[in-house]
Design a binder for this molecule. Structure first.
Ligand code: SER
Length: 332
């Protein structure tokens, strides 16, 4: 079975072999970007390269980026797939390749390297992006009924922060089977249930959005992709949730052992929340964020509070979260 560590390596090797500069993850605390509290995506460290405001030392790159987002905070632990901290596997082009190659790379990596069955992959595109439709349908051979057109909320991405590159996007989903589904006859990508798991988003950067929200064409088009390592691992390891993938499962097992709780029902949810929030806090604090009353620090404080609230439900009434740090460090 491919472990999380193997998946990081396989992504990097694949894109290195296809001419990408491998760039280390940047800090969760973005440098020189006061508009962002945290690094929310792989593209954040490349914003000036997309905007065309710096000289380029390379025109294609790939990374495994530490990311932090609180948009799904209340879902964390309750769903099988939401995180505040996650790792994003991404490939990027700065005026180099565009839609066709981005789609071909994603398809080849998904089917030839990861070996997802082609017939289980579904695609979403922006509602009137006929070019993307033709590429998926004509070049890759996806049946038309598996290419779903979605609106701006799903298939227009960016910018990160209050200005920057943005564009239409296309997503890859794996059909996990009806047993994961809501049973609705309309269930397909875009549905909120767990059947069609979005695992990779390809953003076709084409516009610059200014702080007033106005779009202008970028000096050169670009590609920004992001694949959630936790979701990819869930699919590859064929487990029910991100908490059952090899790295996170070991943290969950540690908590269950320490607290003498069984990983089931509401207890499992509480443990998931401690796993996820403990990991997020460890990475954020080690990158220089610190709990406080405002801004970035207040975000961490909210996460600590949420973790403590759920910790109480499994009988934790004394400082505990810090105990996760050492096992987490050795696991990751
Ligand atoms: N920037 C896009 C995202 O965050 C793709 O990486 O989803």
């Amino acid at each position: 079975m491919l472990k999380v560590r193997d998946l990081r390596d396989s992504f990097i090797s694949y894109f290195r072999d296809s001419g990408h500069q491998i760039v280390p993850s940047s800090s969760l605390v973005p440098k020189d970007d006061p508009t962002l509290l945290f690094t929310t995506a792989g593209m954040v460290q490349f914003k000036p390269m997309f905007a065309g405001t710096v000289d380029l030392a390379y025109t294609r790159a790939a990374s495994v980026q530490k990311c932090f987002r609180t948009s799904d905070l209340e879902n964390v632990g309750k769903t099988k797939r939401h995180c505040t901290f996650f790792e994003m596997l991404g490939n990027f082009s700065f005026g180099d390749y565009f839609k066709k190659e981005a789609i071909e790379f994603a398809w080849e990596y998904s089917t030839a390297i990861i070996k997802f069955p082609r017939e289980r992959i579904w695609i979403s595109i922006y509602e009137d992006d006929d070019e993307a439709f033709d590429l998926w349908r004509g070049r890759i051979g996806i049946p038309a009924e598996k290419i779903v057109r979605l609106g701006k909320a799903d298939n227009f991405w960016g910018p990160a922060g209050d200005s920057g590159a943005c564009g239409l996007c296309s997503e890859l989903y794996l059909d996990r089977g009806p047993e994961f589904g809501c049973g609705s006859p309309d269930c397909k990508p875009g549905c909120d249930c767990e059947r069609f798991l979005e695992y990779w988003k390809l953003v076709f950067n084409q516009y610059y959005q200014d702080t007033a929200g106005a779009l202008s064409p970028l000096p050169r088009t670009g590609i920004d992709t992001g694949m959630g390592l936790e979701r990819l691992s869930t699919l590859v390891q064929n487990v029910d949730s991100i908490y059952e993938t090899d790295e996170l499962r070991q943290v969950a097992e540690f908590i269950c052992r320490e607290r003498g709780v069984k990983y089931e029902g509401v207890n499992a949810q509480c443990v998931n929340i401690l796993v996820e929030h403990g990991r997020a806090l460890t990475f954020a604090i080690s990158d220089g964020a610190y709990p406080s009353n405002e801004g970035r620090g207040y975000v961490l404080r909210r996460i600590i509070r949420r973790a403590l609230r759920y910790a109480r439900m499994i009988g934790v009434h004394e400082p505990f979260l810090h105990k996760i740090v050492d096992p987490l460090v050795s696991i990751m």
